[in-house]
Design a protein around this ligand. Structure first.
Ligand SMILES: *[C@@H]1O[C@H](CO)[C@@H](O)[C@H](O)[C@H]1NC(C)=O
Ligand SMILES: *[C@@H]1O[C@H](CO)[C@@H](O)[C@H](O)[C@H]1NC(C)=O
Ligand SMILES: *[C@@H]1O[C@H](CO)[C@@H](O)[C@H](O)[C@H]1NC(C)=O
Length: 323
């Protein structure tokens, strides 16, 4: 009875394993090379789960891994050296990453890294390093990472001098960068022109340089909540970029409503110091269909209900307004 059950179970497992784009041999190699600390699901053999295991170093990762989860450990370094040692353990000739030429997602949130790890495989698409102790991004570290579209460095210790002109060089397809909850006092420089989403909440940013978004023609989502922006630090023309859809400036020290592009759909200005009768319909351009704003937050300012009538006559597509 027991034996029969095992056979049936095996058949089911093999059946589901074959639904992936790996050969039977590859799957076997992958599962047999699974580090003992980690979990390699039979029905998803491209993924290796080594999260929350108290690891201080990276175990030897099987060659066909595309998704590597290392969150919530105590890993301090991911140096070529550490990887060289790891490969020696199993006698693999080349470095670990040279066999991991397809690694797409590397998740190392909640570790103890003090620097962006290197070297990184050029196949990488998502790199998550939030809640580490990263204070530096060595120059050239991202060169060749042409496929990386998401970089999460939230809740680290990055200061202004850590994000220089050369820091992000090589990220030719970056879409989202998250630098929230660091120690920046100025806007990061050297963002790739492909950048679409910029998250900078919870820093100490006081001003935005003139023309900052000019070289960023795809910028759509800008989050600058919980900073120290004052209206004199926000140049009149700075948001004059027609691609911006979502602009979040909550919890700053703004006294005026900034000019906005007519394509903007969501504007967050709550918890600033905007006066009771702000000038509100300030647009860079006029569109025959009018401004596109649908969502507006103005609560936590000096404005008191009722909703000023010029807001409603200006933004005819508005579906939500919070005063
Ligand atoms: C690699 O192994 C050598 C020799 O055992 C050791 O001295 C070195 O500290 C190891 N490196 C890392 C990063 O673990
Ligand atoms: C906004 O940008 C457009 C196109 O770059 C330019 O023609 C226009 O003068 C700018 N408007 C303001 C108010 O800066
Ligand atoms: C007005 O907005 C529409 C919809 O976003 C856009 O396609 C069109 O190019 C805009 N026209 C002008 C004059 O900006």
């Amino acid at each position: 009875m027991k034996v029969r059950l095992c056979i049936i179970l095996n058949l089911i497992l093999v059946g589901s394993v074959f639904s992936q784009d790996m050969s039977y041999e590859e799957i076997m190699v992958q599962l047999q090379a699974c580090p003992k600390e980690c979990r390699c699901p039979q029905d998803f053999p491209r993924a290796v789960y080594c999260d929350s295991k108290g690891l201080t170093t990276i175990p030897n990762i099987p060659p066909h891994t595309w998704y590597l989860y290392l969150q919530n450990n105590n890993i301090e370094v991911l140096s070529a050296d550490a990887l060289r040692n790891a490969t020696q353990l199993t006698g693999v000739e080349q470095g670990v990453f040279s066999t991991m030429v397809r690694l797409a997602h590397l998740y190392m949130d909640d570790n103890a890294l003090s620097s962006v790890p290197s070297p990184l495989p050029s196949s990488l698409e998502h790199l998550r390093l939030s809640r580490n102790r990263i204070s530096k991004i060595p120059a050239g570290i991202f060169s060749g990472l042409n496929k990386l579209n998401l970089l999460d460095l939230q809740s680290n210790k990055l200061m202004d001098d850590a994000v220089t002109e050369v820091s992000l060089k090589g990220l030719n397809n970056l879409v989202q960068i998250n630098l929230a909850k660091n120690q920046l006092t100025t806007m990061p420089i050297g963002l790739p022109p492909t950048t679409t989403q910029l998250f900078l909440d919870g820093n100490n940013i006081e001003k935005i340089p003139e023309g900052y978004f000019k070289g960023l023609p795809k910028m759509s989502f800008i989050r600058l909540n919980y900073n120290k922006l004052v209206s004199s630090g926000v140049p009149k023309d700075v948001f004059n970029v027609s691609s911006i859809l979502d602009l979040q400036l909550s919890h700053n020290q703004l006294t005026e409503v900034p000019l906005i592009p007519s394509g903007l759909e969501h504007l967050y200005l709550d918890h600033n110091k905007i006066s009771s009768k702000p000038e509100i319909c300030l647009l860079y351009d006029t569109n025959e269909s009018g401004p596109h704003l649908r969502y507006l937050r103005l609560d936590g300012n000096e404005i008191k209900p009722p909703i000023p009538s010029d807001i409603l006559s200006c933004f005819r597509l508005l579906t939500s307004i919070i005063i």
